[in-house]
Design a protein around this ligand. Structure first.
Ligand SMILES: NC(=O)c1ccc[n+]([C@@H]2O[C@H](COP(=O)([O-])OP(=O)(O)OC[C@H]3O[C@@H](n4cnc5c(N)ncnc54)[C@H](O)[C@@H]3O)[C@@H](O)[C@H]2O)c1
Length: 339
């Protein structure tokens, strides 16, 4: 008997709905809920870093291995293998490249190899979108995006879906030309929203209902005094916001505390490592709020800090949905694995 693997490239994945943000938001919510229900396996994230210190990875790069299994309607195991080349932009290449391998839960054999690059960016946007839906003011009108890269774009896309009330978007990037380009694209895509590139984030953050940080910064550049009453501060990457921002928040909400602690790159993770906060200070994981066992935003006054580091099962959920559709529609290339 021949054993085959289905190979899905970037164009196949696009056709299969990998970039459909509404569908990705649905998958991400299901992954969070299944996590709280104990219907996943999440053994942890392994970072293979280049360079001599943890900070070096934002210069020399890394490849992360993110295995998992997701139950529910997905029933799939697999791994996300994600390379990050911070200097790739100089070669005209994206920073991140993702290979997904899906494995059958029964036989454990590989069934699919897929390009997960777009999935990864979309699911991070979706994760941010779920946080915005649960934790930002319903009438949020001003957003600041820090980091005008791939993730910044999907954060914006999700924000526009979950908070159609947004009227103004500030964009800050260490490379001003990137912020300009982001704003130009935004004006074309969302013609009724004002886009303002800024070279200093302070005034923008002071005015913002939502601030999302998706940069490669290792030195905090967002300060607690800038945070507006009722705002949501989203620390989606590394050490981007000061410890005082976390201290000032009425609630600390995370995607997955175990993974955050283990990965040890974000402000709240560093504070936990240094004994400045404990698990008791973490108000909720997103899945608990989705399940209704914990509260999300409770009034228009509280400042909420959110941190997400991401887990492989988000990508697994999206890729499995695409794989099942590929089987139904005959999309992709069948490769012989064993003769
Ligand atoms: N939380 C998650 O689940 C998750 C998922 C994917 C990526 N990320 C993280 O998001 C970050 C951005 O990823 P990306 O794919 O968009 O990368 P990218 O290279 O496409 O974009 C990053 C942008 O940040 C800018 N930047 C770098 N240093 C900065 C600084 N100090 N201040 C302001 N801007 C700065 C760069 O100029 C660039 O435009 C990475 O750190 C990545 O690890 C998080």
């Amino acid at each position: 008997m021949n054993v085959e693997i289905l190979y899905l490239n970037d164009e196949d994945m696009e056709k299969l709905g990998a970039t459909d943000m509404n569908a990705v938001i649905h998958d991400v919510k299901r992954a969070y809920v299944l996590t709280e229900e104990g219907d996943v396996l999440l053994p942890g994230k392994l970072a293979m870093r280049w360079g001599k210190t943890p900070e070096d990875e934002n210069v020399y790069g890394r490849i992360n291995a993110m295995p998992g299994m997701i139950g529910g309607e997905y029933q799939m195991a697999g791994i996300k293998w994600i390379g990050s080349g911070p200097m790739n932009y100089k070669k005209g290449l994206p920073r991140a490249s993702v290979t997904m391998i899906l494995n059958d839960c029964d036989t454990k054999l590989p069934v699919c190899i897929a390009d997960g690059t777009a999935v990864s960016a979309k699911r991070t946007g979706a994760s941010g979108g779920v946080a915005m839906e649960l934790l930002s003011r319903e009438d949020a009108s001003v957003l600041t995006v820090c980091g005008a890269g791939a993730q910044g774009r999907t954060q914006l896309e999700a924000a526009m879906i979950v908070r159609p009330s947004l009227e103004k978007v500030y964009v800050y990037d260490i490379r001003p030309e990137s912020a300009e380009k982001f704003a130009e694209e935004g004006r074309v895509k969302y013609s009724d929203v004002e886009f303002v590139p800024v070279s200093d984030p302070e005034a923008a953050v002071r005015e913002s209902d939502i601030t999302v940080c998706v940069t490669l910064a290792n030195e905090p550049f967002i300060h607690s005094g800038w945070l507006k009453k009722g705002s949501l501060l989203m620390n989606m990457a590394d050490y981007e916001v000061t410890k005082d921002c976390v201290r000032k928040a009425s609630k600390i909400v995370v995607d997955n505390w175990e993974t955050i602690k283990h990965r040890l790159i974000s402000t709240v993770a560093i504070m936990a490592h240094e004994g400045e906060i404990s698990v008791a200070d973490i108000h909720a994981q997103l899945g608990e709020i989705l399940l209704g066992t914990k509260t999300g935003r409770e009034n228009d006054e509280e400042i909420i800090y959110f941190n997400a580091v991401g887990t492989g099962i988000l990508d697994l959920a999206v890729t499995t949905r695409c794989y099942k559709k590929a089987l139904q529609e005959g999309i992709g290339t069948r490769l012989t694995y064993w003769h």
